[in-house]
Ligand binder design. Structure first.
Ligand code: F0G
Length: 475
């Protein structure tokens, strides 16, 4: 059984520390410091714990006791009800706006499209979070740490969802002011409107996400602003809980595959850390395989992992092919370009952690063209689960892996739907439109030539007879 909240709280002050992921460095730092890279070697940091002193449950089903404590906001949260598995802050410091009330949906309609046996395809529907994307899982953790550090301002670069999430947490809690960096013309209106409405200071950089990411790191360090991008290791702690909820929904059984879109690679990194720790605690005996899906127009991970053979290599990543590829992108002015604007990223900051994830979870990487992303998105919508284009990359990727025979029809597959349908209505409307100009303008330039699953609006004159005729004809 788990300990009482009081006993548990007393333990929380010094359980966590920060640790460099580089096997030749492994430097450690106090959890009560603000950093997004290792001082000694510049590599990424993990949050590590002295688990021997932590109140880890004996079995995962012990967490079910918290289902009856839903009047406590911390236990209502789909993140903090797993607090014992991310114990870096005491209970009374945890920030929540009710994140993580998400569902794992089994769907044969989408399963048929992917080519799965009935009962085997599941969609982890993260669009149900307060800001409409999975980002809230990590943002509550980052804002918790930021407020413990006394931060008055928090910043991020974003393709739109991180910024919407940060803006929401800042306005809802009034703990700090949000400063967000976005690329020019690179963010969907749904997401931009959230940041503006929630009152974030919105800085539009003349460049894309990769430019904004570089700048926000400089600015955060220069002005001492707390950075909440996924280079922040506390944020990724919160994102581990997406996997805890998947297991919870499956009655604590382990699926065969987790399929996730890859952008800045925070999710894939966090998911693997979740499974590494569950394995270490003896709470699971099997680990699912991981498939990270890039958009074809933003496929750095695919290029490095599948084409150039870059590997985790026990924490000693050989950097030459990565440096070479970055140089090539500079030389040839290769910029990310995809309708899946959330993952329009060519220099993923969590690359090394994702390599570790692929190593631990026997992973594969694939890239899917915008055509496949939009077709998959239409099929997901038809199945009753709207999502934004980036999210649909997971289903398009699962379909590809089924076709290749990498995923078997009898495998139990979980595709993560990372963001809500209403985040990017322009992409949806452009796919379903009968106006060829709108279609060409939005999608044609990205190699999308057809909308095989379009549900077109029927145009009729404003005459009763015509309206009735049209309904009889089409229904
Ligand atoms: N799906 C959606 C809807 C996203 O917003 C993002 C990332 C991803 C997938 C990729 O996840 O970075 O963990 O690999 N969006 C970030 C943002 C970059 O700024 O909102 P990842």
């Amino acid at each position: 059984m788990l300990q009482t909240a009081q006993a548990h709280n007393a333990q929380q002050t010094d359980l966590a520390f920060q640790q460099c992921i580089n096997a030749d460095c492994k430097a450690t730092y106090d959890a009560n410091t603000i950093r997004t890279s290792c001082d000694k070697c510049g590599d990424l940091l993990d949050i590590a714990y002295d688990w021997d002193r932590a109140a880890v449950p004996n079995k995962l089903s012990d967490f079910e006791q918290f289902w009856s404590e839903r009047t406590n906001p911390v236990r209502f949260s789909g993140v903090w009800r797993f607090h014992e598995l991310l114990p870096f802050a005491p209970q009374d410091k945890l920030v929540t706006v009710g994140e993580g009330q998400t569902l794992l949906q089994q769907t044969d309609r989408v399963g048929d499209y992917v080519g799965m046996n009935h009962g085997q395809l599941h969609l982890q529907y993260e669009g149900m979070n307060p800001s409409g994307s999975f980002k809230d899982n990590g943002m509550c953790a980052a804002v918790t740490h930021a407020s413990m550090m006394g931060a008055k301002r928090a910043a991020c670069a974003s393709t739109g969802n991180t910024s919407a999430s940060l803006a929401l947490y800042c306005s809802a809690t009034r703990l700090m002011k949000a400063v967000i960096f976005i690329g020019s013309g690179k963010i969907s209106y749904g997401k931009l409107s959230q940041a503006l409405d929630y009152g974030a200071l919105t800085v539009q950089i003349a460049g894309d996400f990769d430019d904004a990411m570089l700048r926000v790191r400089e600015v955060a360090s220069e002005l001492g602003i707390y950075l909440v991008n996924s280079v922040n290791p506390f944020r990724l702690e919160g994102q581990k809980t997406i996997m805890f909820r998947v297991l919870e929904s499956l009655g604590w059984e382990i699926p065969d595959w987790i399929v996730v879109p890859g952008g800045n690679l925070g999710n894939s990194s966090a998911f693997a850390k979740a499974f590494m720790e569950l394995k270490q605690h003896g709470l699971i005996d099997k680990v699912p395989r991981l498939a990270v899906i890039n958009a074809g127009g933003a496929d750095t991970l695919y290029e490095l992992y599948e084409r150039r053979g870059v590997r985790w290599n026990a924490g000693r990543v050989v950097m030459d092919p990565i440096v070479d590829y970055n140089d090539k992108m500079d030389r040839e002015h290769i910029r990310a370009d995809t309708i899946a604007s959330a993952i329009e990223i060519n220099r993923p900051v969590n690359l090394k952690k994702c390599l570790r994830a692929l190593d631990f979870m026997d992973g594969v990487v694939r890239q899917v063209p915008d055509q496949d992303i939009l077709d998959a998105k239409a099929k997901i919508g038809e199945g009753g689960f709207g999502c934004e284009p980036a999210s649909a990359a997971s289903v398009a990727g699962a379909k590809l892996l089924r076709r290749e025979g990498v995923i078997a029809p009898s495998d139990r597959v979980v595709c993560v739907l990372t963001g809500h349908e209403l985040k990017d209505p322009s992409a949806t409307v452009a796919y379903h439109t009968s106006d060829q100009d709108v279609f060409n303008k939005t999608l044609g330039s990205r190699g999308v030539t057809k909308a095989s699953y379009a549900n077109r609006a029927v145009a009729v004159p404003n005459e009763l007879d015509d309206i009735i005729k049209a309904i009889q004809l089409y229904s």
